[in-house]
Ligand binder design. Sequence first.
Ligand SMILES: [Zn+2]
Ligand SMILES: [Zn+2]
Length: 170
Amino acid sequence: MQDAAEIAGGDLSGGCACGAARYRVSRAPIFVNNCHCRRCQVQTGSTSVVNMFLEAECVDLLSGRLSEHVVKAGSGGDHIICRCTACGTALWSYYPRLGRLGAGVRVGTLDDPARVKLDAVIFTASKMPWTALPEDIPCFEATYNPAELLPPDRFSRLEVLIAQRAAGGG
Ligand SMILES: [Zn+2]
Ligand SMILES: [Zn+2]
């Protein structure tokens, strides 16, 4: 059965730096952002982070254990970072907007990050000055309106999660 949200080439797999934590992603991302905000820079110690967002129920931890670390999101709500208990690698996060309904998986932890296509570069206003931006990917000084950027089938998945969250889920 061919599903629009099926991942080309099959499920995505990934894991932490020490190998204890392994996971599988069984649905294509709703959207993929490369974020240059100051919070992401501090959390990663790098120029930016690449996160792919999808339904958390489609992300399965296959081995290892995760610890949860709470920091403040831009909105002021709790951003929960899930890390391998053995080596501390951050694998995914839960953000206030979707709570535990939606996972923001760190694309750098995928076995093959090149299989994920970037949708947008965000918070370029705080990018490090010598960081080059791609010419073929939409770039935004802050955020964007997903209704305008995402294909309808993916935006509708986001709407479902937002509705579930509004109803008290996550
Ligand atoms: Zn580990
Ligand atoms: Zn960010």
